[in-house]
Design a protein around this ligand. Structure first.
Ligand code: ADP
Ligand code: ZN
Ligand code: ZN
Length: 826
């Protein structure tokens, strides 16, 4: 193979194809599919990934430019990952390079730097060599140097350099460089005992410090960093260097991992004896692992049912068979607590990947995987790309979490990627959750793609699930209580304070969407066509649907009960904190929200403080709902259970139910029994009543009915297409053209256009309508929603319709963003 097909790292539609380069003879056999290379491209140097190899014969008879550089001896991506990238780019409609780059650690995203080279055939006269000998020699050796470096070294020859560049005898060319490399440490290696004795004997008596160093090495012959040795002996690295110069000791640069957990000790943990229910649950997973054939499971277990122990034992079986495992957990639950469970069981075999690592730490954890030094990767979403080559198992904990979907391009969902990767490897996938997403639940119940359903309905050791009380805030208002805390919650907090027990308070508020709600009866306006909460627009003083564009005026009194207490709704964690301090003097509160957790490590610090019982209350947004396990928490309070119900998103009910169930699971996980109090204006809503009975099936049955009527997932699928531009008429016209073209393409493939008829293959296009964020940075935003079901390849049809708009889009500077299977409808 003499030709490499390269995807260059320029994310545009024009460059979203391979370009051919010849492989220079010295790199023959080194350049592989998945190699990272630097290539010349229209006068620039670019980084690229080799996605294919070919023979001269297969290529057009043009003269190819050679690859400029091979960036790594071992390709950072495998052929399997390159194929996966191609699949992602088709599935989520993004340029291939964007998908490939998402798989690489930031350290490997090369940047181009300019270097000075002698031009071909350039020569220097004897006279020039006489005047500027050092500089000319340096140039003639042909080593590329940066202009600034040359100027620094030869400040007196600045004018000459400028002249030669102007004459074209020197030229600046780009070269791609890594942003970051491995960390090396200068390390001392002691010689043999015999050599050491001799070195000591030969050392002049006055070199006292050097004597000390050698004496120390005689006692401690293991390799030691120069810095550390100097520190241990109260000397300087110069002393140690002097010994190296004498040839008494060896000093070499040694690669050292930047390990974020280097100073932590993880006590070893042995597998637990499984309960009968756990043993039954794990059996099909172990059988699948032994068969080495691809399979997937939904492990549907209530909080505290022992799912994590099953993950651990499944991983164990996977490792025993010589294969590797990936565990995904939501970013937010990647707390030391979670990491500890994996490190304690599998020790140094574990690499941890999450966004709070520095680029260097992340790169080193990634290298542990690539170089086969780690067999288990625990991490957030992007750990799904861990470069294992013998993958046996992928576990996704809390599979319903929205953080598994990336909100920027590539807008992939880690769950779908996991199943695709597992298929390639013949690996098993275990999706775990107490509150599975409706998509996964429906798939497992139907057995789509052979997915198995494994229920685990009881907590380990029959610890009871906490009792849940629902407080109707409309009643509180009637009784004249306008405070944030209902009488029940007030009482419960007072009681916990007296007993010295701890509490978690959740303020269920996210997003910036405002909705209008009646505080007397809980009425909220919904779109009659989409069953979606209408969003309040301050400017126009009306309420609008962000799916279909329906609008109505803001009501002055409640249409349902005529109460004047109707207004838009929302309160912040800071206000709750103040109110707590006023109502319960002396109460110790830790507030955790986006404002208090931006600093690196702050998240962990707050949780440690709370664990050590230096606070009574942990108050926060969703962040306090997940994965936390504190023995003294006996009360969970939810302040505004309704807020998330009213988001303009068809998953609002599902999200609310999941969040409330999760947070309820924080109470009474150990010996002390727990209690949950949920304050709401809508006490009959199934999302809320189902939490009371820990009744997932009950909730799902009702919710699925609604989804079916409106054709939402799992009964239909969606693609969101957002157009943005300064001009509204332009947006409307392009949006309409897109909708029309797409419908025509669908019709040409005999796809129905109406969800309510019985046809199997249907595609509907809603919009264009103004986006929920109607204007961003002076650009207006309009969106179309594509809703489809059956075997329709809507991604392909949408891509086709978009390609036909290409000219209009490019000429007018219109921006298009496509979200396939969107998770956030904002
Ligand atoms: P989940 O992941 O479903 O929330 P965990 O795996 O965290 O559940 O288990 C809940 C608690 O029960 C943990 O404290 C765990 O150590 C304990 N546990 C799990 N399995 C067993 C078992 N077989 N025997 C005893 N304790 C167990
Ligand atoms: Zn009302
Ligand atoms: Zn609507």
């Amino acid at each position: 193979m003499t030709v490499a097909r390269v995807i260059v790292d320029v994310p545009s539609r024009d460059t979203d194809r391979t370009f051919d380069y010849s492989i220079p003879p010295q790199l023959a056999g080194w350049v592989e599919v998945g190699s990272r290379v630097a290539v010349p491209f229209g006068g620039r140097a670019l980084q690229g990934i080799v996605t294919g190899l070919a023979d001269d014969a297969e290529v057009e008879a043009t003269k190819l430019k050679p690859i400029a550089e091979l960036m790594d001896a071992v390709p950072p991506l495998s052929a399997e990952l390159v194929l996966l990238g191609e699949w992602i780019s088709r599935r989520w409609l993004c340029p291939l390079t964007v998908a490939l780059q998402a798989m690489l650690p930031a350290a490997l995203k090369g940047k181009a730097e300019k270097y000075v080279y002698p031009a071909a055939g350039a020569e220097w006269s004897d006279e020039e060599a006489f005047f500027a000998g050092g500089l000319v020699q340096a140039l003639q050796r042909g080593e590329p140097r940066k202009l600034v470096a040359l100027l620094q070294q030869y400040p007196e020859h600045g004018d000459l350099l400028r002249l030669w560049l102007k004459q074209g005898r020197l030229e600046e060319r780009q070269r791609v460089e890594n942003r970051l490399s491995v960390k090396t440490v200068q390390t001392v290696f002691a010689p043999s005992a015999e050599a050491l004795r001799q070195a000591l004997a030969e050392l002049p008596a006055r070199a006292r410090k050097q004597h000390e160093v050698l004496a120390y090495l005689r006692e401690h012959p293991e390799p030691i960093a120069v810095e550390r040795l100097a520190e241990a002996l109260g000397t300087t690295s110069t002393t140690i260097r002097a010994l190296y110069e004498r040839g008494s000791i060896e000093i070499r640069a040694v690669t050292e991992d930047r390990d974020p957990y280097a100073n932590r000790h993880f006590p070893a943990s042995a597998p637990m004896t499984l309960t009968p229910a756990q043993a039954e649950a794990i059996a099909p997973i172990l059988a699948a692992l032994d068969s080495r054939e691809h399979s997937s499971f939904l492990l549907h277990g209530v909080t505290g049912s022992g799912k994590t122990e099953l993950y651990l034992q499944s991983i164990d079986r996977c490792l025993q068979s010589g294969r590797e495992a990936i565990v995904l957990v939501p970013e937010i639950s990647l707390t030391p607590q979670m990491v500890e469970r994996f490190k304690s069981r599998f020790g140094a075999k574990v690499a941890v990947l999450h966004s709070r690592l520095s680029n260097g730490e992340r790169y080193d954890e990634w290298r542990k995987i690539r170089e086969g030094r780690a067999q288990v990767a625990v991490g957030a979403r992007s750990a799904i790309f861990a470069p294992f080559e013998r993958l046996g198992l992928i576990v996704i904990d809390e599979e319903h979490e929205t953080s598994y979907k990336q909100e920027e391009s590539p807008k992939y969902h880690a769950r779908d990627v996991a199943i695709e990767r597992a298929r390639q490897h013949g690996a098993a996938v275990v999706l775990g959750s107490a509150t599975p997403s409706l998509e996964t639940y429906a798939a497992a119940k139907r057995g789509d793609g052979g997915m198995g359903y494994i229920p685990l309905p009881q907590r380990v050791a029959d610890r009871p699930l906490p009792g849940v009380r629902i407080v109707d805030m409309r009643e509180e208002l009637k009784l004249g209580n306008r405070a944030m805390f209902s009488r029940a919650l007030h009482e419960a907090i007072t009681e916990r304070l007296a007993k010295g027990e701890q509490m978690v308070l959740l303020l269920n508020r996210r997003g910036y969407a405002t909705f209008v709600m009646c505080r007397s009866c809980g009425y909220t306006a919904l779109c009659p066509h989409c069953e979606i909460a209408l969003t309040y627009h301050r400017g126009a003083q009306n309420m609008r649907c962000h799916y279909c564009g329906y609008a109505e005026a803001e009501p002055k009194t409640c249409p349902s009960c005529q109460s004047p207490h109707i207004r838009y709704f929302g309160t912040g964690t800071q206000k709750v904190e103040e109110s707590l301090a006023e109502t319960f003097p002396g109460i110790r509160v830790i507030r955790m929200d986006v404002d208090t957790t931006t600093e690196k490590g702050s998240h962990e610090r707050w949780l440690t403080e709370f664990r050590e019982r230096r606070a009574d209350v942990l108050l926060g947004t969703q962040m306090v709902a997940k994965g936390l396990d504190f023995p003294y928490v006996t009360l969970v309070g939810v302040l505004a259970a309704d807020a998330a119900l009213r988001l303009p998103d068809f998953r609002a009910s599902e999200r609310t139910f999941q969040l409330l169930t999760q947070v309820a699971g924080r109470a009474g996980r150990h010996e002390l029994p727990g209690e949950v109090i949920i304050q709401t204006y809508d006490p009959e809503h199934p999302s809320i009543t189902s939490v009371q009975g820990h009744h997932y099936e009950g909730f799902v049955r009702q919710e699925l009915k609604l989804r079916h009527v409106f054709g939402y997932p799992p009964y239909g699928r969606l693609i969101g297409v957002t157009f943005s531009h300064e001009s509204v008429p332009m947006l409307l016209s392009v949006g309409q053209r897109f909708a029309t073209r797409l419908k025509e393409h669908a019709a040409a493939e005999r796809v129905g256009t109406d969800f309510s008829d019985g046809t199997r293959d249907v595609l509907e296009v809603l919009g264009p309508v103004a986006s929920p964020i109607a204007r961003l940075k002076d650009r207006y935003r309009f969106q179309c929603m594509v809703k489809y079901r059956g075997e329709v390849d809507a991604s392909r049809l949408a891509a086709q319709a978009l390609r036909e708009l290409d000219d209009a889009v490019k000429k007018n500077g219109l921006q298009v963003s496509v979200d396939v299977d969107p998770q956030m409808m904002l």
